[in-house]
Write a protein that binds this ligand. Sequence first.
Ligand code: ADP
Ligand code: MG
Length: 603
Amino acid sequence: MRKFKTESKKLLDLMINSIYTNKEIFLRELISNASDAEDKLYLKSLTDSSIKLDEDSLSIRVTPDKDARTLTISDNGTGMTADELEANLGTIAHSGSEEFKTANAEHQGDDVDIIGQFGVGFYSAFMVASKVRVVTRAAGEDVAHVWESDGLEGYTIEDGERDHCGTDVILTLKEDVEGTDGAEGERYSRYLEEWELKNLIKQYSNYVRHPIQMMVTKSRQKPKPEDAPEDYKPEYEDYTELETINSMTPIWKKRGDVEQKDYDEFYKSAFHDWEDPARTITFHAEGALEYDALLFIPGKAPFDLYSKDYEKGLALYSSNVLIMDKCADLLPDYYNFVRGVVDSPDVTLNISRETLQQNRQLHAIANRIEKKVTSELQAMRDQDRDAYEKFFENFGRGLKFGIYSSYGMKASELADLLLFWSAREKKMVTLAEYAKAMPAGQKAVYYAAGDSRDRLEKMPVVRAALDHGCDVLLCTADVDEFTFQAMRTYEAKGLPKTYEDDAAREAAEKAVADGAEPEVEDRSLELKNVAAGDVDFATEDEKKAAEETAKANEDLFDAMKEALGDKVTKVTVSARLTDAPAAITSEGPLSLEMEKVLAAGPD
Ligand code: ADP
Ligand code: MG
């Protein structure tokens, strides 16, 4: 007996004792694994000539056995070697086991949340099964292996037999639980019933690419005997027949004919998410290049999004044949969270990754996808702000990186998708909203960078800006200031026009009074750290007063400088402060906070 790794064990405990009401999704998970295994074998066969494969032969079989109380899900995909069995089923498959551990500590006893946070896949079988047996034979091997576990302490792996490559997952279903006054019962035996299984397959796995087949009982009329009497009544008999349960028509081909809940189910089953997508985008292109695209913006960031293991990309099909499951060229890095499918009869089949990268067609599709995602995000920002803020919390960091890593080149596309915390409004605002709310005469977008909003709010320079009517964006993410540095300016559109001379302004004011639309203009606003040495909100008079005070107290400042020594470069009177007695600031474009980051160096 081999023991499960600690994290796996915690997850298994959770599964076994689960009160999660949606236990039936175990079937979707196992079917999706079967389908993945068949995709993998198919993709391998494209490059490995030793694998002879007829794509049409790939199928998934679901077999209930009431006498044995087992439910078997079989596939003829890649299968697993003994080592793979150990690695994939002995420990949590995902690289997220660390995250799982921390989250698990936080959510003690909170099943649904944990199950919702991780695609716990295979182990979900233990929500309904008291024993799971996996018989598998890897493509290219001639021995099979059997993995078996009751989900408690550990599992066994032994040699076994199987005719062809592929995997059978055999669940021994738990005993039914009678309902009591306080608690609802559980009829696990429903997973042995034909109609129930059919419904579940249709509900959760309808768009799986491979046929999901089941022996179903049907009734037919017996042939009428030759010597049938006058008053012969037709007789019926039962027979069984292998039936494909899922529709298999790709969902992205069923334009206009699909309900959101079907997209949601497809998304969850195809992309291993437990939450509905935040947005679904579908489009069809015709003309020089024909294709269908079905894209999803997830409701939540996958736990590994910001790790180096994360692979962006969309599944690429050519007329319903899978070419690549993660075609990275279809998405820019800053939209790496987008999941989905592109299907084009025009993309050449069997082309290798290298030639794909050169493919101009892919480029055209990628451009269109980028525009679609951008406009969907804009619509979300304008029409459903709460949802957009949630989106931004999940994926905003990537958008900022998009600007930063392109040295500001991508700012024209991405800047208006960013949100920052407004010190004055006490909520997230866009740069456009910030610019619109500026008092006449404000020439820059002011921000302050640091590690907490609380502390930033108390900074004397922030208070001074607010006292002078200028809002300040409080930046607490490490990437914020770098993003602003890369952008340098924000191109504000449609600001109230400013007039250099009084006569022109008065004329404009009169025109507005007479019913004309107020004039607007586009302006380039500098992005300025409010703590930078050259920022000030003081009036000429205030500055003059400060200068005079400085001169009158020269001796005092010299003494202070001497006392502080190398810790400061100079001590002076400032007209920038309102209620605080003193402030530390930096000279040059870098804020104190950023200087700290740079001084600390890479860790
Ligand atoms: P995921 O599918 O998200 O990777 P699972 O827990 O569902 O996570 O499965 C864990 C791993 O076990 C899979 O990544 C795969 O390598 C392997 N696996 C599960 N089921 C099968 C199967 N039917 N055929 C081949 N490999 C499988
Ligand atoms: Mg899975």
